[in-house]
Design a protein around this ligand. Structure first.
Ligand SMILES: Cc1ncc(C[n+]2csc(CCOP(=O)(O)OP(=O)(O)O)c2C)c(N)n1
Ligand SMILES: [Mg+2]
Length: 394
């Protein structure tokens, strides 16, 4: 049995007490203001935002619905993978739903977002469908990236979602570039680059951070601390695992990443800061329920007790469900929503399964950004000229 790390024990204790201090008015109408105290934020070189948060039943309902859609989609992906309908890399996001939901609630779709390989949910948070994600996982032509990218390479430029990156930390300098573009074009927007606790140790993060700080570019570095880099616990991979303090001169804030309201509050605050002053780091304390990827059972380097404790004490969806019910939301309506989500996911899986696989000649499309006078050698020794089709491009 592996003991809980000190950091995980601390976050569990803090969360248990924050559940106890929810302050709500009784039986709210959909738009009535509900006042919640979230777990206080930790701050590095910046004043922390207030931990008193206002919400409404209709907002909580939207958060619940979106998180539950993500959860069911990832559960379906798990089942389809085990049924061998999905092959190759596949990293699931269940457990971490409050992070993305809170981020999106604080942003507009004109703000840019870029993330790691754990990206299925970003496709739907940027307006894509569950069917497109499942089709991508099945390698079908109706998929998010036309069945050519797979699990790690969701991408939707029109929605300012820049992937889906398989190289650990690669999305961090890309995010800095996106933020630079916003500033250069004088847009009132930020870029968010999301990376794991493992990626937080990468050299390229510090280069991007340095340039971002020198040029005051509007970027929010979001470290999703799920406490493990593959099978390596944070206390083994990071000398300083207070990731929000690791920008040195760049300010940082830490929030409970299992609480969608805390995430929304800290990201709203960070967006304002980034637009006025430049980069800021957010560490969002979260947990992944599945193993690192489908090839990792997830229980050799952490105990079942630890996973169960996270699920029972900190689950982000259960937290919002409790808040909804405590404020008079109709339990029957909640059940109906759950049923509709399950049906949406089941239908998406069936439609995605029935979609065609991409034709072979797509392999040669859009290898380069513009028509190139070049040939690509095929595995059988012949050559093929790549063809560029702007309509076909995502
Ligand atoms: C440059 C590079 N090194 C190693 C890997 C293999 N690898 C994939 S994910 C990962 C761990 C990353 O952990 P973390 O940043 O905490 O993200 P999480 O998977 O927990 O979301 C490693 C080492 C890789 N893909 N790229
Ligand atoms: Mg991690």
């Amino acid at each position: 049995m592996i003991a809980l790390s000190a950091a995980l024990r601390a976050s569990q204790a803090a969360c248990t007490s924050s559940n106890a201090i929810f302050r709500t008015m009784s039986a709210a109408a959909a738009s009535d203001k509900i006042l919640i105290e979230v777990q206080p934020f930790s701050a590095h070189k910046i004043e922390a935002p207030s931990n008193k948060v206002e919400t409404t039943l209709s907002e909580l309902r939207a958060h619940y619905l979106f998180m539950y859609r993500m959860r069911r989609m990832e559960i379906a992906a798990d089942m389809m993978y085990k049924a061998k309908l999905i092959r190759g890399f596949c990293h699931l996001y269940d457990g971490q739903e409050a992070v993305l939901t809170g981020i999106e609630a604080a942003l507009t779709k004109q703000d840019s977002i870029v993330t790691s390989y754990r990206d299925h949910c970003h496709h739907i948070s940027r307006g894509g469908t569950i069917e497109e994600v499942m089709a991508e996982l099945f390698g079908r032509s109706t998929g998010a990236t036309k069945g050519l990218g797979g699990s790690m390479h969701m991408y939707n430029r029109k929605a300012n979602f820049y992937g889906g990156n398989g190289i650990v930390g690669a999305q961090i300098p890309l995010g800095a570039g996106l933020a630079f573009a916003h500033k250069y074009r004088k847009e009132p927007n930020v870029a968010i680059t999301m990376y794991g606790d493992g990626a937080a140790n990468q050299g390229q993060k510090y280069e991007a951070l340095n340039m971002a700080a020198l040029w005051n570019i509007p970027i929010i570095f979001v470290c999703e601390n799920n406490h493990y880099g593959m099978g390596t616990a944070e206390w083994r991979h990071a000398k300083n695992s207070s990731f929000y303090t690791r920008g040195d001169f760049v300010p940082g804030l830490k929030a409970d990443g299992m609480d969608v309201l805390a995430v929304k509050q800290v990201v709203s605050y960070a967006k304002k800061y980034a637009l006025e002053h430049g980069p800021i780091i957010l560490e969002l304390d979260t947990y992944r329920y599945h193993g690192h990827s489908m090839s990792d059972p997830g229980s050799t380097y952490r105990s079942r007790d630890e996973i169960n404790a996270m699920r029972t004490e900190r689950d982000p969806i259960e937290r919002v469900k409790k808040l909804l019910l405590a404020n008079g939301f109709d339990a029957a309506e909640l059940k109906k929503m759950d049923k509709e989500v399950k049906k949406e996911v089941d239908d998406a899986v069936e439609k995605a399964k029935a979609a065609p696989i991409p034709p072979d000649h797509w392999l040669w499309k859009n290898v380069y950004a513009a028509p190139a006078n070049t040939e690509l050698r095929k595995v059988d020794g012949g050559y093929n000229t790549p063809d560029y089709d702007p309509e076909y491009k995502n």
